[in-house]
Design a protein around this ligand. Sequence first.
Ligand code: ATP
Ligand code: MG
Length: 638
Amino acid sequence: MNTYAIGLGNNDILTRKRASQDFVAFWEEQANNLHWFEKWSKPLEWNPPFARWFVNGKINASYNALDVTAQKNSSKTAILWEGENGERRSFTYQELLNYVCKVANVLKSLGVQSGDRVTVYLPMIPELIVSLLACARIGAIHTVIFSGFSSQSIRDRVIDSKSKVIITADGGFRRGEVVKLKGVVDEAISDLDFVEHVLVYQHARNPITMGKKDLRWSDLVTTAQDVCEPEKLDSAHPLYILYTSGTTGKPKGVLHGTGGYLVHLYSTFKWIFDIKESDVYFCTADIGWVTGHSYVVYAPLMHGATQVMYEGAIIFPTPARIWDLVERYKISILYTTPTALRMFMKYGDLLPNSKDLSSLRLLGTVGEPINPEVWEWYFRVIGKERCPIVDTWWQTETGGTLVSPVPGLETIPLKPGSATRGLPGINVAVVDEQGNELPPDTKGYLVVRDPWPGMLLSLWEDDEKYKSVYWSKYKTMYYPGDYAIQDKDGYFWMLGRADDVLKVAGHRLGTSEIESGFVSYKSVAEAAVCGIPHEVKGESIIVFLVLREGITSSKELERELIEHIRKVVGPIATPDHLYFVSKLPKTRSGKIMRRLLKSVANNEKIGDISTLEDEAAVDEVRTAFNELSQTIQQNKTK
Ligand code: ATP
Ligand code: MG
């Protein structure tokens, strides 16, 4: 195993020490970095499983994200926006603040009050950030729906949150096409009487029909006042509802508060990304997902950072687009996903090598376990062996990162594929079925043993589900549903979803262990593994592979791959069936939906697929399985 001691020279030993002595006092210390209208009376009220941080403190998220910097350095650039079609816009902190105040005043004029829900269904344009902060300014609870979702998905979420107002656009751009948004909203809410207004931003010059609830953004916003007093909100005031990616089933309406959430984000952004005045930060996540909420909207703005925001496909019009952005804006911190990296890697080294990437100083990844091979490629080809990689493990529910290297605090050796250690003030462990901590190098379930500030308040209007999903497997520990291992150095290795663990001949294998084994072979771009019942072994392994550009499948390659997996993971990981496909079923946030493979394989109903990216991928998988069951049938009758 290679380790990489690439650091930024930071060596703060006190932070960890203080955090381990008293995590509540430690987070209280961190809370002082934010602006509070009124101080809290108590740092934490813990009525398991409900946590309230900074009780009675009064705070406003938009004030911390905008006013704080606008007052110090009003001309500091907040957003450098680029559209897929090359259009560019930029906003200083002062401009963004004025814009947010205008929209906040418009929302107020529409009757939106503190605690009301506002659904936001917009493409990745500055107005998306503006809408969220406008809600936060007046205490409205935003609930963003990723702009790729269909009308049925919107309908379900709007009904669940009972939003009074919806903010949308005529359309957005993706791969050179206009994605029509307003029409989708019309279909979703035509008979929902509780939706009072739909505010429509004109972005894509897409013709729309205006109904009686519809209002044009420009008509109202242009003339609105650009000053709006921020509401002094209780620390526990709900900031937003966000539905999870739906990788393991029906998306859950995660409810986040204000004070604790912001404290978590402020500190983790500083520790993980080592943010400096001169940095240009770029996170490729869509604001439709939690990474966009936490590490595009709130965390960077609270730090007065300058960030690039991009609308559209990051490989359009060519796969070099992302590297063009890095070169053009001199991006110093890049935060993306393993799925995007596997895609960049598939196109080869020539593209990134032909661009000037020398501005990069820190690289990040989130969303899935990163295959060590992909980590090494990121490190070598993109970071030129100079940039530390922060592999950040967290969830919609955790609000912010819990496990990651923290180069802003300390320089420790990195191990490709490991998210390293729990953050200061975060108590994570790997335990067995009964909740006992496991010795090093033993596979088990990841848990969080103490409450943390970014922790969800609950699931929207469903405390019972909140208790049963996260607090019933272990009564006193938060259960994220992930499978992991902690090695002798205390480093965590995330092995995929606990539900996806395979039991082959008495051995427990994490899906990501086997998938990474395949991805480490030079011809393979992506791999997805699932199990089907086997009379003798318990489960037999099925693998779906997407090959790199220019590679074609053959019996010979199949043999090489089997030999390879036996060597790198062990004979136990030998798949019984191996398929080459052109794409894998993924969620719209880019994660492989293994549960779907499993359902198809077991001939079960495939459940909720509202977050599936491309239904054609399921057809491909289904065809493969049909062939498989025929072969099994034939073998049985032989
Ligand atoms: P759902 O809960 O609806 O099935 P989801 O879990 O995919 O969807 P998110 O909250 O967006 O929705 O994703 C969180 C999950 O992503 C984690 O539980 C973990 O499985 C995975 N994950 C995120 N970051 C990492 C990482 N750095 N390494 C490994 N896994 C990660
Ligand atoms: Mg989840």
